[in-house]
Each structure stands twice: as structure tokens, then as C-alpha cells.
Design a protein around this ligand. Structure first.
Ligand code: AMP
Length: 215
């Protein structure tokens, strides 16, 4: 049976990455994070990474043409398997292109999940966030004991602050979200299946609510 196809939307720092990884594990589908794919490309110094690096460092969006080529390859590589898209689409053009691309392949998105979080909560969250360079697990500085600050509990990898998690860049990313990604919500709201979830509460409860919304 074909797996579920899900899009998770929400501002940077709304918990999309954390929740998408959990949902993917629960449903046995692939977690496709465009941010993780791009960061990996930057770390490996590939052509894609070289093209994307400056935009990412500044908290700006990577141009649509680059993103569309990348997502097409990723989705095709998964064939009939399900996926949860985290960080894509981020512009109306990307949303329209994704719909066209899926239509050509005779498939559709099953559900769109929107995580709703207040911008000031996001600034506080992102400026105290650390990310594992090994497995992309996400930590909050306040939840780690002193000795743990440099090591990931899951894989032992190094924990670092993302260059785009500095406050000024976080605020720019939120602005970019309002300007360029909010129209994507309107686009999907017109379709059936957009589930809006309060992303400010307990992580486990949010996962439970998302899974309930995906049934
Ligand atoms: P994220 O990890 O999802 O916050 O993404 C980190 C950065 O990668 C963003 O600030 C953008 O520079 C870039 N990026 C990720 N996904 C996209 C996308 N769909 N369109 C344009 N840029 C993206």
C-alpha cells in the first residue's frame, strides 16, 4: 500500500522538524527536510550547497528554481513510498509546482498540517537551540546538563548552534515567512485537509494531536 503524503507547515522554530521526524517514525514514512538536505549539501561542498549557502546564512530563501529541481529528485527517488515534507513549499510558486508535479505522477497530498506558534516564543526557542551535526536531533540549551552541551544523546554527535539561529537572522526569517510563506497557507486552506495545531504546548501532546489529525 502507498504511504501517506503529508506537508507540515509553520514558521521557522514552530517545531516542524522535531514533529516531522516523530510522525515519520510512527507512520513508517520518509522525513524530507529541505533545510537538512541543503545543510548537508553545504557541509559536503556540492554544487547545490555552493548555490544555497549565502542565502541560508542570511536567513533568505533559496531561489525557487533550485528548490524545485531538488524536490523533484527527492520525491521521484521515493517512488510509491509515503513522505512528510518539512520546509517545503515555502512560496506560492513552490506550492503550485508541487501540486502540478504530483498531479503528473497521479498522486496527491493526503494532509497538510499547520503548526501555529507566537513569533516571540519562536525567537526565544531558536536563539537557545542546538542541533546535532550527526543526526539533526534538536536540543534546547536550557534542557541540557553542563556535560551534555557538546554531545548528542542519540548518536554522540557534536551539538552546534545554527548560523541562522542568531537573533537578527531569526527575525529576518520570520519576516520572510510572513511575506512569502503565509500565502502558501491560504493556498492550502482552499483545499480539504488542512489541520491547524497549536504548536506551543508539550511536545508529546503535539505529536499525538498531529497523528490524530492524520487519521
Ligand atoms: P529550515 O531548516 O527549514 O529552517 O531551512 C533553513 C534554510 O534553508 C532556510 O532559511 C532557507 O534559506 C533554506 N530553505 C529550506 N527550505 C527552503 C525552501 N523550500 N525554499 C527556499 N529556501 C529553503
Amino acid at each position: 500500500m502507498a504511504g501517506k503524503r503529508v506537508v507540515i507547515l509553520g514558521p521557522p522554530g514552530s517545531g516542524k522538524g522535531t514533529q516531522a521526524a516523530r510522525v515519520a517514525g510512527e507512520l513508517g514514512i520518509k522525513h524530507l527536510s529541505t533545510g537538512d538536505i541543503l545543510r548537508d549539501a553545504v557541509a559536503r561542498g556540492t554544487e547545490l550547497g555552493k548555490k544555497a549557502e549565502d542565502y541560508m546564512r542570511q536567513g533568505l530563501l533559496v531561489p525557487d528554481e533550485i528548490m524545485l529541481g531538488m524536490i523533484r529528485e527527492e520525491v521521484d527517488a521515493l517512488g510509491n513510498g509515503g513522505w512528510i515534507l518539512d520546509g517545503f513549499p515555502r512560496t506560492l510558486k513552490q506550492a503550485e509546482a508541487l501540486s502540478e508535479m504530483l498531479e503528473e505522477r497521479g498522486v496527491d497530498i493526503d494532509r497538510i498540517v499547520l503548526l501555529d506558534v507566537d513569533p516571540e516564543v519562536i525567537v526565544a526557542r531558536l536563539t537557545s537551540r542546538l542541533v546535532c551535526t550527526g543526526c539533526n536531533a534538536i536540543y534546547n540549551v536550557g534542557s541540557l546538563s553542563a556535560g551534555e552541551i557538546e554531545k548528542c544523546r542519540q548518536c554522540g554527535g557534536e551539538l552546534v548552534k545554527r548560523p541562522d539561529d542568531e537573533e537578527e537572522t531569526v527575525r529576518r526569517r520570520l519576516h520572510v515567512y510572513e511575506e512569502q510563506t503565509a500565502p502558501v497557507i491560504d493556498f492550502y486552506e482552499k483545499r480539504d485537509g488542512l489541520v491547524s495545531i497549536d504548536g506551543a504546548g508539550d511536545i508529546d501532546e503535539i505529536t499525538t494531536e498531529i497523528l490524530r489529525g492524520l487519521k
